[in-house]
Ligand binder design. Structure first.
Ligand SMILES: [Zn+2]
Ligand SMILES: [Zn+2]
Length: 156
């Protein structure tokens, strides 16, 4: 988890956190449909967004794995598919201390200055969706449009 703020005492309120859609701040390309606001543990002034699963085909992994000074996690930079700008990173191999600590299970991070967040609405279109009501990523309607060409391909 690369040192994300993971406060176990806050766990009940985790479910009441809003779900964010994130657009690339450089080209406005959609790069996330289920983001959570998070704070870097090593530097609490650094704000991030994290997700369990980015929309298929919306992010590119760039360059080799590397480590930061924060912890032993191996990470890889991610770039927006629309413009190729760096928007965050993916934890490819989480370290022991991050796995031991209470975490939100998110291994995809977005730099808050590289994305533009908007609160995602629930199925009624009126209420802001919270993490307690977000569908599993495999069953998330917002993820589906990007899977559709593949689906058609398989059904022929
Ligand atoms: Zn780590
Ligand atoms: Zn972009």
């Amino acid at each position: 988890m690369s040192g994300l703020h993971q406060d176990c005492h806050m766990h009940p309120s985790f479910k009441t956190k809003p779900v964010y859609e994130l657009n690339c701040s450089y080209c406005d390309h959609l790069v996330c449909v289920r983001g959570m606001r998070a704070i870097l543990l090593a530097d609490k002034t650094v704000e991030l967004y994290s997700t369990d699963q980015p929309p298929p085909g919306m992010l590119l992994l760039v360059g080799p794995d590397y480590q930061t000074n924060n912890c032993q996690c191996k990470i890889q930079d991610t770039a927006c598919c629309g413009c190729g700008c760096m928007v965050g990173y993916h934890v490819t191999v989480p370290c022991h201390s991050c796995l031991r600590s209470c975490n939100n299970g998110h291994f995809w991070m977005y730099h808050s200055n590289s994305v533009r967040p908007s609160e995602r609405l629930d199925s009624t279109g009126k209420e802001i969706m919270v993490w307690a009501s977000v569908p599993p990523s495999s069953n998330d309607e917002k993820m589906v449009p990007y899977k559709l060409p593949l689906y058609i391909e398989c059904c022929r």
